[in-house]
Write a protein that binds this ligand. Structure first.
Ligand code: BG6
Length: 491
């Protein structure tokens, strides 16, 4: 397969490019996973020469790459890295870009192949796509032109549909790569392998043996410099609509008929279609919204959400959400899926906990001794690995049962060589593999689900529970599980 291409990044001076995209390119170069025929053109609104841009990127690589920057790799990237300065609505900029890319094609033998990466604010997505089309940068020839688009894909279902209509006028669905960077995380990719390559797990992966599933993603950071966006979005749209529902589909989906991108996506979509209907009663009963107040995180005192920059001082936006939902199909009927995500929490951690049903108390656990359930935990980050808890007898003369753990630590085994999410995603896009990107159907069904909740919140004064920064979220989120005799496992 011809992977030679020019990567054209809109938003070349932005945070994402400096912190994630160029470091990912560097790592790909280092691991010899970049095509030989390759170039990068970054576009931004700052007035910089390519030379100045390279100097800035070099500093960012030193700061953000997990590897030491070696001249041998950097020299090669640097001579293929260019910067163009124009406004995204300046049509002349696109025609000049076109000519420039054609010149680079000759120099770097990139065969007219392009990957356009939109690392910009969402209001520019359709403008840029439109202008690329108008100026003939997306052609129907033997070369490929792909579009990578960052989240958020719309603010709700109707804006997502509108955006999708716009971009599909220019790029076909198979050439659209919608980023959900959680799918690029190693342990998320491992989840399918864990389920479908292990005969000890798959037969148990259903409502006969699984009691409940908990998907948690907590962050210690607040809204950082994104108050303007976040105050409109909130945790539901920022995390649940995409990352959390993606994790849920991967936990719950049926085995696909093969490993092609479309077979996997078909199964994921079926799960989104089987999510239980959300009613106003359910929203009030099973969905908890929270907002952080002042507190101490990582030994530092931090401000409350309402005091953050670009956040309304009377904001009711949720920075935490916990919900219980069901997947209404044969495999999962009756099994609660608990989802929880929040900012300014005690720890940075993403984990999926599979709690198995308890054994009948016929032989053990009859009296006061409690027997803990088996737990299988997929540790997504920051530690990557798989943890399994089971019961054994405590050595000694008495018959005491204790839980013990097997803990596979992926980071310990593979160290820093585990590819980062963006590394994997860029690599896949160059190779034309969209498995780890979200299809339009997935986006559409996720918005359908989330819209019902957010519309209800907009029109009803649903309680907002405050939680101290540095805590595990509002107490009310604990009660959500206690009602069913469950509790969150904070492994
Ligand atoms: C992004 C959200 O998609 O994911 C951010 O917009 C959030 O608000 C981030 O901080 C979390 O990603 P990660 O990889 O740090 O868990």
């Amino acid at each position: 397969m011809d992977t030679s291409c020019i990567l054209v990044i809109f938003g070349g001076t932005g945070d994402l490019t400096h912190r994630k995209l160029l470091p990912a390119i560097y790592n790909l170069k280092r691991s010899q996973n970049l095509p030989d025929n390759f170039a990068i053109v970054s576009i931004g609104r700052k007035n910089l020469s390519s030379e100045e841009y390279r100097e800035q990127i070099y500093l960012s690589l030193k700061k953000y790459s997990k590897y030491i920057i070696e001249d041998i790799h950097w020299d090669d990237i640097s001579k293929r890295l260019f910067y163009k300065n124009f406004n995204f609505n300046d049509i002349k900029g696109y025609s000049e870009l076109k000519t420039f890319l054609e010149e680079l094609d000759k120099k770097y033998k990139t065969s007219g192949n392009r990957i356009f990466y939109l690392a910009v604010a969402p209001e520019y997505f359709d403008l840029i796509t439109d202008n690329l089309h108008k100026e003939g940068l997306v052609k129907n020839t033997s070369s490929f032109q792909r579009l990578i688009i960052e989240k958020p894909f719309g603010r709700d279902l109707s804006s997502a549909r509108k955006l999708n209509r716009k971009i599909t006028e220019v790029f076909s669905e198979e050439n659209i790569y919608r980023i959900d960077h959680y799918l690029g995380k190693e342990m998320i990719q491992s989840l399918m392998v864990l389920r479908f390559a292990n005969s000890i797990f798959e037969p148990l992966w259903n409502n006969k043996y699984i009691d409940n599933i908990q998907i948690s993603s907590s962050e210690t950071v607040g809204v950082e410099n994104r108050g303007g966006y976040y105050d409109e979005a909130g945790a539901l749209k920022d995390m649940v609509q995409n990352h959390m529902l993606q994790l849920l589909t991967l936990c719950a989906m049926e085995p696909p008929i093969n490993l092609t991108s479309s077979s996997i996506k078909d199964e994921k979509v079926k799960i989104l279609r089987s999510l239980e209907k959300i009613t106003p009663e359910k929203i009030s009963k099973d969905i908890i919204r929270g907002q952080y107040i002042r507190g101490i995180v990582d030994n530092k005192e931090v401000l409350s959400y309402r005091e953050e920059d670009k956040v309304s001082p009377v904001s009711n936006t949720e920075t935490f959400v916990a919900l219980k939902l069901h997947v209404e199909n044969f495999r999962w009927a009756g099994v609660p899926f608990y989802i929880r995500t929040g900012k300014r929490m005690k720890n940075k951690s993403t984990e999926i906990v599979i709690q198995f049903k308890s054994m009948p108390k016929v032989l053990y656990g009859k009296s006061s001794d409690e027997i803990l359930p088996n737990l299988l935990v997929i540790r997504v980050q920051p530690m990557e690995g798989i943890f399994f808890q089971f019961n054994t007898k405590k050595p000694g003369t008495e018959n005491i049962i204790i839980p013990v753990q097997m803990d596979f630590c992926q980071n310990c085994q593979f160290g820093i060589n585990t590819p980062e999410a963006y590394e994997r995603l860029l690599y896949d896009a160059m190779n034309g593999d969209s498995t780890l990107f979200t299809s339009w159907d997935e986006v559409e069904y996720s918005w359908k689900f989330v819209d019902i909740i957010s519309d209800y919140w907009k029109n009803n004064n649903e309680t907002l529970y405050y939680y101290e920064s540095g805590s595990l979220g509002p107490q009310k989120a604990e009660e959500l599980l206690l009602k069913e005799n469950h509790h969150w496992w904070n492994i």
